[in-house]
Design a protein around this ligand. Sequence first.
Ligand SMILES: Nc1ncnc2c1ncn2[C@@H]1O[C@H](COP(=O)(O)OP(=O)(O)O)[C@@H](O)[C@H]1O
Ligand SMILES: [Mg+2]
Length: 236
Amino acid sequence: MSTKNVIEIKNLVKQFSVGEGYFTALQSVDLSLAEGEFVGLVGPSGSGKTTLLNIIGGLDSATHGSVNVLDKSIEKTSHNERAEIRRKNMGFIFQSYNLLPVYTVYENVELPLILNNVEKTDRVKKVTQAIEWVGLQDKINSKPAQMSGGECQRTAIARAIVHEPALLLADEPTANLDAENSHNIMKILSKLNTEMSTSFVFATHDEKIMGYLKRIIHLEDGRILNDKKISIPKFS
Ligand SMILES: Nc1ncnc2c1ncn2[C@@H]1O[C@H](COP(=O)(O)OP(=O)(O)O)[C@@H](O)[C@H]1O
Ligand SMILES: [Mg+2]
């Protein structure tokens, strides 16, 4: 197994301008993530989880410090290059699913492959496989409005993994789900992490999902309070 780091962040500071001054959302953040990790950024609302995830995903930039993701220095890549890295090598899962309402499950999951110019026969194979992964074969032609929250989130997971990204970023993926669906989602993601080499970073303050994490990084007021590896997660 490779020991290459997927994420290497040193002395990251993120400030937002607010009125005349600025607000420091992240300070002195150092973070290394090896391939295949399953890590949670955990902390109260406002602690900087989403800000850190957005910087890792290249959706926002650091004020100071160095950020390397998938062997690329984020500050040295252009906007277009970052978009390409996201499209090819990253998958995103959000609390609000972000599915296209006029598209079916199949079409929503297919979209990243169309954007990556994957040819039709390959697309059919990959979309079918991703939908099987999340157990939605019987909903393949349904639209988001006809499905439960859990099914929508499973569709969003299939869309996030269909192009087999190296890094999967999830922002509060279980925040809108009940306990049963949250456990279901975490079981699917744990299995993906074990069976593919995909690395996962979650932002969460959901107690229900903590037992699945293999490493927990506690954030508070924009700083890392502690960083713990869990040798045997409670669930998997
Ligand atoms: N664009 C912005 N402008 C100003 N402040 C922001 C902006 N985005 C986030 N913040 C502030 O940064 C802090 C961290 O926010 P966030 O990363 O969203 O926290 P979390 O995801 O842990 O709830 C919060 O105090 C938030 O209000
Ligand atoms: Mg957040």
